[in-house]
Design a protein around this ligand. Structure first.
Ligand SMILES: Cc1ncc(COP(=O)(O)O)c(C=O)c1O
Length: 375
C-alpha cells in the first residue's frame, strides 16, 4: 500500500515535489538545550548584533496597544515614508513580510511551467526555492572562477548568455549571500540596459546599507530609466528588525500593481509597520551599526589572516572563510564551544563557513573558539 507521505507528495504541485526546504540557522535556545551550554552566541543568520533602534522598539511597544485591529493593509504610512526616502511614487512600492516575501511574489507573478528564471551559482538560496515552487525552470549561470572577476561572484556575461525567449526573471543579489561578493554599478547598469523587454531583473539589495565599496550602485535610482527593474530592500539587516519581517520592492507601478494582486492583504503586521517607520527616522542608530560592522569585519578578517585562512572579500555583515576541511566538522566543533556559525555545503561550498559579523565581544569569542577547534 502507498504510504500517506508518497501519496501526498504525488498530489503536490510538480515544482514542490522535489523542493529542498530552506534551512535557517540554529537558534541559540536550541543549541543551549541540545548541548547544555550557556551564553551561546549566534553568528549564523546575518542579523544585526546591535539590535534595532530604541525608537523602533518604543514604537513597537506602543503599537501593541492596537493589535486587536488588523494592520493597515496598504501600509500607507510606511509606504509614504519609503516613497519619500526613495524619491519615488507610493504606487511603485510593494511591502513584504521580509524581502523574502517580495522575492516570492515576483516568482509567483511572472513564472509558470515552461518559463525560465536565471540566477548565479552560489546565489542566495531563496531564489531556487521561489523559482522551483512555480514549476518554472531555473537556469544557473556559473560564477566567476577568479580569472575574469572576483571568484564566487556573479558573472554577468554568463547570466546574459542564458537569456532566452522563455526567460522572465533574473535574480541578482548585490551583495550576494553567502559569498559577500558585489557588482559594480557600471557593469550592472550595462547588463540591465541590454536586457530584452520581456525579462525582469530583480536586484536584491538586502545588505545595501552596509556597503561602502567603491562603485557600488544604488540601483533604486535607475528605476525611472528601466521599467523592467525591481529593487528589493529589507529592515532585517542593518535596521535590526529581522524578527518583525519587513521588506519591500521598488519597481515600475505596473509591476507593483501585479505584485500587489497576489500579496496577502495584511502581510506586514501592525507592530512591524510601526517599528519600520520609526527605524527609518533613526539614522544615527543605523550609522552606528554600519560603522561597528566595519570594525567587526576588520576584526574577523584580521583573525583569518592570522590563521592563514582564505576568505572571500565581503561587502555585507558576514564573511565566508575557507577552513580547508569539511566546514560541517568545524561547525559541529564550534557548537560545542557555544558558537553558532553557518556551514554552506548546501551552496556547494563544503569547505567554507559563513560567519556573521558580531559585536566586538562576540567576534573575539568566535575567533578564540575558531582557533581552538582548528588547532
Ligand atoms: C541576499 C538576501 N536577500 C534577501 C534576504 C531575505 O531577508 P528578509 O526576508 O529577512 O528581508 C536575505 C536574508 O538573509 C539575503 O541574504
Amino acid at each position: 500500500m502507498q504510504s500517506a507521505e508518497s501519496r501526498f507528495i504525488e498530489l503536490a504541485a510538480p515544482g514542490v515535489r522535489t523542493l529542498e526546504p530552506y534551512r535557517p540557522g540554529k537558534p541559540v535556545t536550541e543549541l543551549e538545550r541540545e548541548y547544555g551550554v550557556r551564553d551561546a552566541i549566534k553568528l549564523a543568520s546575518n542579523e544585526n548584533p546591535f539590535g534595532p533602534s530604541p525608537q523602533a522598539v518604543a514604537a513597537a511597544n506602543a503599537a501593541m496597544q492596537a493589535v486587536a485591529r488588523y494592520p493597515d493593509g496598504g501600509g500607507h504610512e510606511l509606504v509614504a515614508r519609503l516613497a519619500q526616502r526613495h524619491d519615488s511614487a507610493p504606487d511603485s512600492i510593494t511591502l513584504g513580510n521580509g524581502s523574502n516575501d517580495v522575492l516570492d511574489l515576483v516568482a509567483r507573478v511572472f513564472l509558470t511551467p515552461g518559463l525560465e528564471a536565471i540566477y548565479s551559482q552560489y546565489a542566495f538560496a531563496v531564489y531556487p526555492i521561489a523559482v522551483q515552487a512555480t514549476g518554472a525552470e531555473a537556469r544557473v549561470a556559473a560564477a566567476h572562477d577568479g580569472s575574469r572577476g572576483p571568484a564566487y561572484g556573479h558573472d554577468l556575461a554568463a547570466m546574459r548568455a542564458l537569456v532566452s525567449d522563455r526567460t522572465r526573471v533574473i535574480f541578482i543579489a548585490n551583495p550576494n549571500n553567502p559569498t559577500g561578493t558585489w557588482l559594480p554599478g557600471a557593469a550592472l547598469r550595462d547588463f540591465v540596459a541590454a536586457l530584452p523587454a520581456h525579462v525582469l531583473v530583480v536586484v536584491d539589495e538586502a545588505y545595501f546599507e552596509y556597503v561602502d565599496a567603491p562603485g557600488y550602485p544604488d540601483t533604486s535610482r535607475w528605476l525611472g530609466e528601466f521599467p523592467n527593474l525591481i529593487v528589493t530592500r529589507t529592515f532585517s539587516k542593518a535596521y535590526g528588525l529581522a524578527g518583525l519581517r519587513v521588506g519591500y520592492a521598488l519597481s515600475h507601478p505596473a509591476v507593483a500593481g501585479l505584485l500587489n494582486r497576489v500579496r496577502q492583504p495584511f502581510n506586514v503586521n501592525l507592530i512591524a509597520q510601526a517599528a519600520a517607520v520609526a527605524a527609518l527616522d533613526d539614522t544615527a542608530h543605523l550609522d552606528h551599526c554600519v560603522r561597528r560592522n566595519r570594525t567587526g569585519m576588520g576584526q574577523l578578517v584580521a583573525g583569518f589572516t592570522r590563521l592563514r585562512l582564505p576568505y572571500i572579500e565581503s561587502a555585507g555583515n558576514f564573511v565566508a572563510v575557507d577552513v580547508g576541511r569539511p566546514g560541517q566538522e568545524v561547525y559541529q566543533a564550534l557548537l560545542q564551544e557555544g558558537v553558532i556559525v553557518r556551514p554552506v555545503a548546501n551552496y556547494a561550498m563544503p569547505n567554507h563557513l559563513r560567519i556573521t559579523v558580531g559585536s566586538d565581544a562576540e567576534n573575539r569569542r568566535f575567533l578564540a573558539a575558531f582557533e581552538k577547534v582548528l588547532a
